[in-house]
Design a protein around this ligand. Structure first.
Ligand code: NAP
Length: 282
C-alpha cells in the first residue's frame, strides 16, 4: 500500500492530488469494466485529468471477486478493493471513512450495481406476477443503494469541488447507472414493474440530490446514465431477442459512457443520458 500511504499523509490540500474514482458494484459486468478502463485508459478519460489516478472498487464479497483480483495483480496500489453491500448502509459508512483516511477526497463516483433477477426474483411480465418482497428488494438495491452512497460519499466530492478553486478545474461527477426503461414517457411495452419503478425512483432521487449539490458554493454533478443493452449476467436471459448490433460489449458501453461522463458539465446534472450522449426524457 505504498501509494495509498503517500496520499494519506498529504496535508497540503491545495497541492495537486491524484484523481480518485470509486466504482460501486465492481465485481463483474459493467462495473468491473469501468474499473479496468479507469485504471488502463486514464490518459484519455476525464480530459487526461485522471492520469495516474487511483480506483476504489467496491463489491459485496471481495474474497470472491476474481475479476478484481486480476486487476489488482496488474495495477497493485492504484486499485483499492473495499466491501460495500448496497443494502447495508453501515458498509458504506465504513468504506467512506476508509476513502477519507487514505485519499482524502473523491473526483468520480459511479454507482453501478443493480438487481433484475436474483434468487427467485424475475422481471414481471404482468401485474399478477408482482411480489411485494421483490419490489422492495429492487427499490432497496437499485434506488436506495445509490442514494445512500451519495449520502456517505458526497462530502468527499464536495471537498474536491473546493480544491478545484485552487486551479485544478474539474467538477466532480456522480454517475448513477439507471436504464432507458426507467423513463415513464418512453414506456410503451409495460412489464418489469419492480426494475422499471426502482430505476424511475433512482432518477428522481438523483435529480433531487443534484438540486441540492448545485446550490453549494462549489457544486458537484449528479447524473444518471443508460449503457444500452450490454452483454452481462443481468441481460443474459433476455439477449436472444436483441439484434447483434444492439447488444454491446461492456467495453464498448463503458467507452461510450466515459465520453459522456468525462465531458459532463453542470448542465448534465439531474438528467439521464444514454451511451451516445442523448438526453432521455423522464
Ligand atoms: N446489462 C444491460 O443490458 C443494462 C441495461 C441497462 C442498464 N443496466 C444497468 O447497468 C448496471 C450494471 O449492470 P450489469 O449489466 O453490469 O449487471 P451485472 O453483470 O448483473 O452486475 C450487477 C452488479 O451488481 C452487484 N450487486 C447486486 N446486488 C448488490 C448489492 N446488494 N450490493 C452490492 N452490489 C450488488 C453485483 O455484485 P455481486 O457479484 O455481488 O452479485 C454485480 O457486480 C446496472 O445498474 C443495470 O441496471 C444494464
Amino acid at each position: 500500500m505504498r501509494a495509498v500511504r503517500a496520499f494519506a499523509s498529504r496535508t497540503d490540500v491545495t497541492a495537486p492530488v491524484p484523481f480518485a474514482t470509486l466504482v460501486q458494484g465492481a465485481s463483474r459486468g459493467i462495473g468491473l469494466e469501468l474499473a479496468r478502463q479507469m485504471l488502463e485508459r486514464d490518459r484519455d478519460v476525464f480530459r487526461g485529468k485522471s492520469h495516474g489516478g487511483v480506483v476504489v472498487a467496491t463489491c459485496r464479497d471481495p474474497d470472491n471477486a476474481d475479476g478484481l483480483k486480476e486487476l489488482q495483480k496488474a495495477h497493485g496500489d492504484r486499485l483499492r478493493v473495499l466491501r460495500v453491500d448496497a443494502k447495508d448502509e453501515a458498509s458504506m459508512k465504513a468504506a467512506a471513512a476508509t476513502v477519507e483516511r487514505e485519499f482524502g477526497r473523491l473526483d468520480f463516483m459511479a454507482n453501478v450495481s443493480a438487481v433484475l433477477s436474483e434468487g427467485k426474483m424475475r422481471p414481471e411480465t404482468s401485474i399478477a406476477r408482482t411480489e411485494a418482497e421483490n419490489m422492495v428488494e429492487s427499490y432497496r438495491v437499485n434506488a436506495l443503494g445509490p442514494t445512500m452512497m451519495m449520502k456517505h460519499f458526497s462530502p468527499l466530492m464536495l471537498k474536491t469541488a473546493e480544491l478545484n478553486l485552487a486551479g485544478n478545474a474539474h467538477v466532480p461527477v456522480i454517475a448513477n447507472w439507471s436504464a432507458r426503461v426507467s423513463s415513464i414517457g418512453d414506456n410503451a411495452l409495460g412489464g418489469w414493474h419492480s426494475y422499471r419503478a426502482s430505476k424511475t425512483a433512482l432518477n428522481q432521487l438523483t435529480r433531487n440530490c443534484s438540486i441540492e449539490f448545485a446550490r453549494k458554493k462549489h457544486p458537484i454533478i449528479a447524473m444518471c446514465v443508460h449503457p444500452g443493452t450490454v452483454d452481462t449476467k443481468l441481460s443474459e436471459p433476455f439477449k436472444k431477442n436483441v439484434p447483434a448490433d444492439k447488444l454491446f460489449t461492456p467495453e464498448y458501453a463503458v467507452t461510450r459512457l466515459l465520453e459522456v461522463i468525462g465531458g459532463a458539465t453542470l448542465e448534465h446534472s439531474g438528467n439521464l443520458y444514454d451511451y451516445a450522449g442523448e438526453k432521455i426524457d423522464w
